[in-house]
Design a protein around this ligand. Structure first.
Ligand code: PEP
Ligand code: MN
Length: 340
């Protein structure tokens, strides 16, 4: 349920209403969003016992709406303005455009520092790199593990770029809490509900990738799990979905950006690398993502793609990434945004 307060409602009268609602309905939790000109109360839990007619006649209440969707905290009705999430010095959403770049996997000190320096010089504001990798084959490179996190920290110290890396198991939550700036939940774990509940208790922002074959609603419900557990700093990442087409690794679903924008206030970025699976398709898909209104990009960059231990075929060289940034930047400005 959403209660839109009148512009004349004061902090005291709003607090009094919240207090009364919480007292009369202990099964309901109330959050307050201060908008431009008015405040909105978002009620989560079983609101069936709340008498809507009684609320409507309250002198400070403008409107009362029942929210049909199963997602509440992530719902734009609860929070009409775009959310912006701070990650170190970077901000994702809220009118800027943020580029996250780096290799699929951290492979060595030289590799990660070299890539971090070059992507920073080209305008990226976050460094990505997997230390724990979700691989289809148990015989494939599984990532460097904890030493890979330490190399990411060295690259951060060298460049100042905040780091984002994938968490696959709740057993590493504490380690990630200590070491990383943003936690990535990969496509394969988008509906690992125990993991979502755990990261919901972390203080770090969560980059939630869309599952391989999940609907927008399922994806937002996964964000809701994280938010319901207490962590409201969630960023969505469209990375392509499974379709009948096999030419590309996945099919980039550009409709997701305007659709999610309407459904939710959460920022949304696009990963053209895992969608395409081919380096030469990354730039046109990145341009399309900017044009359709994404809040940012996540791009795989490797200093020697031919020798990469993972996803070399879709990785840009630092030089190709620089050219991508040169093309993307004027389009970002045309969209009325600035590169953050
Ligand atoms: C990744 O970003 O490293 C990754 C494994 O992506 P996804 O979960 O989208 O497949
Ligand atoms: Mn990859």
């Amino acid at each position: 349920m959403v209660i839109v307060m009148k512009p004349s409602a004061t902090t005291d009268t709003i607090q009094a209403l919240v207090h009364q609602l919480e007292q009369d309905h202990p099964e309901v939790r109330v959050s307050i969003t201060k908008g431009v000109g008015c405040s909105i109360l978002g009620l989560v839990g079983d609101t069936s016992r709340i008498d809507q007619d009684k609320l409507i006649i309250h002198k400070d209440v403008d409107r009362v709406m029942r929210v049909q969707e199963p997602y509440k905290k992530a719902n734009r009705k609860f929070h009409p303005h775009d959310s912006a999430v701070r990650v170190g010095d970077a901000v994702i959403g809220g009118g800027g455009f943020t580029v996250i770049a780096g290799p699929c996997s951290v492979e060595s000190r030289e590799q990660i520092i070299d890539v971090a320096q070059s992507v920073k010089a080209s305008g990226a504001s976050l460094l990505r790199g997997g230390a724990f990798k979700p691989r289809t084959s148990p015989y494939a490179f599984q990532g460097m593990g904890t030493p890979g996190l330490d190399l990411l920290l060295e690259a951060k110290a060298e460049t100042g770029l905040p780091i984002v890396t994938e968490l696959m198991s709740p057993k590493y939550c504490e380690l990630f809490e200590e070491k990383v700036d943003m936690v990535q939940i990969g496509a394969r774990n988008m509906q690992n509900f125990d993991l979502l509940k755990e990261v919901g208790q972390m203080s770090k922002p969560i980059l939630l990738k869309r599952g391989l074959a999940n609907t927008y609603e399922e994806w937002i419900m996964s964000a809701e799990y994280i938010m319901a557990a207490g962590n409201e700093n969630v960023i969505l990442c469209e990375r392509g979905v499974r379709t009948f087409e096999t030419y590309t690794r996945n099919t980039l679903d550009l409709s997701a950006i305007p659709a999610i924008r309407r459904m939710s206030h959460l920022p949304i970025v696009v990963d053209p690398s895992h969608a395409a699976g081919m380096y030469w398709m990354v730039e046109p898909l990145a341009m399309a993502a900017v044009a359709v209104g994404a809040d940012g990009l996540m791009v795989e960059v490797h200093n020697d793609p031919a020798c990469a231990l993972c996803d070399g075929q879709q990785s840009l060289t630092p030089e190709k990434f620089r050219r991508l940034m040169d093309k993307v930047t004027p389009l970002v400005e045309l969209m009325g945004k600035t590169l953050t």
